[in-house]
Design a protein around this ligand. Structure first.
Ligand SMILES: Cc1cc2nc3c(=O)[nH]c(=O)nc-3n(C[C@H](O)[C@H](O)[C@H](O)COP(=O)(O)OP(=O)(O)OC[C@H]3O[C@@H](n4cnc5c(N)ncnc54)[C@H](O)[C@@H]3O)c2cc1C
Length: 290
């Protein structure tokens, strides 16, 4: 993403790297060369971690399009060009400041090939689901499969289950759920926590700190919408704490290698996540998660 202090951060398309744009730090060094033989075209998790490392070390991270794209930038990539210009950056002549950003939610509500969840009468499709289409890493453009193919299959399946003559009611939108809108300061605290402790690189201490903050925020929470965010955050954090290995988008600095026992698809229920959180936050019990 383009790091210009905007929220949400505008995305610099990966196609720029496909066109030959390079990743450099403030000293002008192409840091990917030392990390992966594919350099800038390495898988997303490797590139994201390398950018994260440069930023964390204070060396800065930039996408340099000057040589590979240069004067053709406005015509070839008009949207990104406009984002840059709006931020006062001229990508034809200067490197674009960047940062890793989450722009897809890996995993979600478990569904089968017809979009059925484990709750009778609840179908789900799109980014909110876990269909099994992804591996440990995000595959670009799988959203088309999830949003178009699985939604069509879910719609067909729902139709088959509708009683004769039944009419679908429109989905209510724009209604404020019980407890009102989330407190913006609390949402910011949750986002900062998830970015710092459950982001590109995780470890046990950070994940436990995140579970503590989530529990604290939950104690003060009246808003159903915010409670849903906290529940999602706890599921992700507890699953990351339990997973004592690194694979794809899940990087544990305290468990850097991949372990054969985790070479499988994983599932977690809210009850299991609550148990992991309770154990991690218990001051007396020695953790089984190492
Ligand atoms: C910057 C960016 C770039 C991306 N680029 C790519 C790409 O190049 N290739 C790719 O494959 N994917 C890309 N993605 C991911 C892709 O865009 C998403 O995975 C996809 O659009 C998700 O579609 P969806 O219909 O499942 O969910 P959404 O588009 O999020 O739709 C969910 C809808 O539900 C509505 N809603 C939410 N809560 C309620 C409620 N309580 N009641 C009623 N309605 C509700 C929301 O308003 C929204 O309209 C990108 C994402 C981002 C953010």
């Amino acid at each position: 993403a383009i790091a210009v202090g905007r929220d949400p951060a505008p995305l610099a398309t990966e196609a720029l790297r496909g066109e030959g744009a390079t990743l450099i730090n403030a000293a002008g060094e192409r840091f990917m060369l030392a990390i992966d033989p594919l350099a800038e075209l390495a898988p997303r998790d490797i590139v994201a971690r390398a950018i994260h490392t440069e930023l964390a070390a204070g060396r800065g991270a930039f996408l340099d399009c000057r040589e590979a794209i240069g004067a053709e930038f406005p015509e070839k990539f008009p949207t990104v060009y406009q984002y840059c210009r709006d931020a006062g950056i001229d990508p034809v002549n200067e490197p674009i400041p960047i940062a890793p950003a989450e722009h897809f939610h890996m995993g979600g509500v478990l569904t089968d090939a017809s979009g059925r969840s484990t709750l009778d009468g609840l179908w789900a499709c799109g980014e909110t689901t876990s269909t099994g289409a992804h591996g440990a890493n995000r595959l670009a453009s799988n959203s088309l499969l999830e949003a178009v193919v699985f939604s069509a299959r879910a719609a067909d399946d729902i139709k088959e289950h509708m009683p004769d003559g039944a009419v679908m009611q429109p989905v209510p939108t724009g209604e404020v759920a019980a407890g009102g809108e989330p407190d913006p300061a609390a949402v910011t605290r949750l986002r900062e926590t998830m970015t710092r402790d459950v982001g590109v690189v995780r470890d046990r201490a950070g994940l436990i700190r995140a579970l503590e903050i989530i529990a604290e925020l939950e104690g003060d929470c009246l808003s159903t919408r915010f409670r849903n965010m906290l529940t999602t955050a706890r599921l992700i954090t507890a699953a990351a704490l339990a997973r004592t290995e690194s694979r794809g988008g899940h990087e544990r600095s305290d468990f850097p290698g991949s372990a054969e026992t985790w070479h499988r698809r994983t599932f977690i229920t809210l009850e299991e996540a609550d148990a992991i959180a309770a154990e991690a936050l218990s001051p007396t019990v020695e953790s089984v998660f190492g």
